[in-house]
Design a protein around this ligand. Structure first.
Ligand code: ATP
Ligand code: MG
Length: 577
């Protein structure tokens, strides 16, 4: 493939676009790969489309390698199927809903589990038909609350979604394992630095779920990794190692006047100043903070109260709570006027008329300094299991660097950032149950099918690669997805263009993708060099004055290395790796 800069549909920009906040977005726009067309919607320009297609080609290859068969659904789908699965409602504001001229309701699919389930039900009926893996690369639509960072979080984006259909749990585990391997290969081939983390399966339900996160400062996913072992998990999925019940006999509850102590810090200060319960070593970790939340279930206007008890040195992480109570939405409760029994700032679990869950650190038998349910009063020696009985535990507090690793004995957790580029999970029978997807078993009895669902953010992956591989001069594509293998840049006003053109043709004949910067001499060599670095092909060949004597300059984009090489050696050098 030979492209000529003089005719390429490309305008590079010297300035960062005003709307771009992250490096990949700035550079993809500046280097002429994408162009904003709508909020959260981008036009792929020729260079961008080349990279996107190469990423997609790798995804196709690896999906075929595990036996995936490609299909293609419409994005515009009738309401019924999503109604039946419950997701028409569960998706809330996240989907685009529309009506046709007759008033029939449609949506633009955010993902396609329902349709794949129906398709398999439509065509397959015998145990002999299974297992099967189907996939597509399709445009998805999600009315994201905060579209941002260009391709990273669009409202229209390209996803590879695959679905496995198996007769048994062990079959599903095999299909899942195959996808896991395929995904590792895909992201390795894309040159991405990524971590596989265990995840909550969010809106999907089901169990057995992992996310592939590309490391990036600008990523929206915080995840934790163990400094000592290979453990990595989404913060939502981190579990607290179980804490042994405390078997000490505690004295009875004592109630103290603690005026003006609505915050943990003011309480700790007063407790130490007064020597509450004979102690002056109170810390926030000795207090039990009771956070009142309200849950709203999809499709219901009713607000359900949930009180969570956590050690006072920890904040509640609403995202983690949300992951545990999904599909209910969570918010802080603020209507204290309606619940005079909940004395804001002085709530204790000893007398509580609401569902009460505690952080696992609130072990059975542990004693706490907590609210006495009266304004300006707190109680000491409030013992879990004696003075209050939680309805259960919940992973609700923020995860901190230094927390113990749930996987190994002595490791501690580090906080890292990344963006999700892939997600695999064992859906189980949730959709098969919703639609009654069965196969007729060998014994003539129906067998309920079990499913897996597997996504790759194809357009997001382009941005993730750009984000990981760039520098202050521009993009630095890995060879596997670069729009060009080499850019040939004539530098000079003489015969360099002719020599460069011949070289470019030879490189193409050798199977390389080549961009020839044949712009007229009024475009300065400096501009050509700057554009080459911005565009970011792995190599450039500068055909300058020495070319007449058979010498050119070979530049490596990633390392900025440059060397004089014989013109006659260029093809060999660039095709040998
Ligand atoms: P996120 O947590 O980033 O919103 P998700 O959990 O909603 O992702 P899935 O429903 O599992 O994502 O979709 C599969 C893949 O599609 C994701 O791993 C991600 O790479 C990609 N993806 C999801 N939402 C977007 C988006 N708004 N823009 C671009 N890619 C996306
Ligand atoms: Mg999402």
């Amino acid at each position: 493939m030979l492209l000529r800069m003089s005719t390429l549909f490309l305008r590079t920009l010297r300035e960062d676009p005003a709307e771009a906040e992250v490096p990949s977005h700035k550079l993809l726009v500046r280097a002429g790969y994408i162009r904003r067309a709508a909020p959260g919607g981008y036009t792929w320009l020729p260079l961008g489309k080349m990279v996107l297609d190469r990423v997609a080609a790798i995804v196709h290859e690896e999906m075929r390698a595990i036996g995936g068969q490609e299909v293609h659904f419409p994005a515009l789908l009738p309401r019924e199927a999503y109604e039946k699965s419950g997701r028409w409602t569960a998706y809330g504001d996240d989907i685009f809903r529309l009506k046709d001229r007759r008033g029939a309701e449609y949506l633009l699919a955010p993902t396609h589990e329902e349709m794949f389930t129906l398709l398999v039900q439509d065509l397959f009926s015998s145990y002999r038909d299974f297992p099967v893996i189907l996939y597509q690369i399709q445009t998805k639509y999600r009315d994201e609350a905060r579209p941002r960072a260009g391709l990273l979080r669009g409202r229209e984006f390209l996803m590879k979604d695959a679905y496995s259909f198996d007769l048994s749990d062990s079959g599903l585990e095999e299909s899942y394992a195959k996808h896991r391997v395929a995904y590792q290969r895909i992201f390795e081939r894309l040159g991405l630095d990524f971590t596989i983390v265990s995840a909550q399966s969010g809106a999907m339900g089901g169990s057995g779920s992992e996310e592939f996160l590309a490391a990036a400062e600008v990523g929206e996913d915080t995840f934790v990794g163990c400094a000592a072992c290979s453990y990595a998990a989404n913060t939502e999925a981190v579990t607290t190692p179980s804490i042994e019940p405390v078997s000490v006999e505690h004295p009875a509850i004592e109630v103290h006047d603690t005026p003006e102590t609505p915050t943990i810090q003011s309480l700790v200060d007063l407790a130490n100043a007064r020597g509450l319960a004979g102690r002056t070593d109170w810390t926030a970790a000795d207090t039990l903070k009771n956070v009142v939340l309200q849950l709203t279930r999809p499709g219901s206007a009713e607000k359900e109260l949930l009180v969570i008890g956590v050690p006072g040195d920890r904040d509640v992480d609403l995202k983690r709570v949300e992951a545990q109570v999904h599909p209910a939405a969570v918010a802080l409760f603020d209507d204290f006027a309606a619940r005079p029994d909940l004395v804001r700032g002085y709530i204790g679990p000893q007398k509580l008329d609401a569902r009460y869950l505690v952080d696992p650190r609130v072990a059975a038998g542990s004693a706490w300094l907590t609210g006495a349910n009266e304004p300006g009063r707190h109680a000491t020696n409030v013992v879990s299991g004696r003075d209050f009985t939680p309805d259960g535990t919940i992973e609700a507090v923020e995860v901190r660097a230094g927390d113990p690793c749930p996987n190994c004995a002595d490791g501690t957790l580090e906080i890292r950032r990344g963006m999700e580029i892939g997600h695999i999970f064992q859906l189980g029978r949730r959709f098969a149950d919703a639609f009654g997807l069965d196969a007729l078993g060998q014994d003539g009895k129906p067998v309920r099918i079990t499913m897996g669902s597997y996504g790759v953010g194809v357009s997001r992956a382009v941005a993730a690669i750009a984000e990981q591989r760039c520098d202050d001069r521009g993009l630095v594509w890995p060879k596997s997805v670069a729009p060009f293998d080499v850019q040939v840049i004539p530098a000079g006003k003489g015969e360099q263009l002719a020599i460069a053109t011949t070289l470019a043709e030879e490189l193409v004949a050798a199977g390389l993708r080549v961009l020839l910067d044949d712009r007229p001499a009024k475009v300065s060599t400096g501009v050509k060099f700057a554009d080459a670095e911005l565009i970011g092909a792995p190599h450039s060949v500068v055909v300058g004055r020495g070319a007449a004597d058979g010498v050119v300059e070979l530049r490596v984009r990633a390392t900025h290395e440059s060397s004089e090489v014989a013109l006659s050696d260029v093809v060999r050098l660039l095709t040998s790796d």
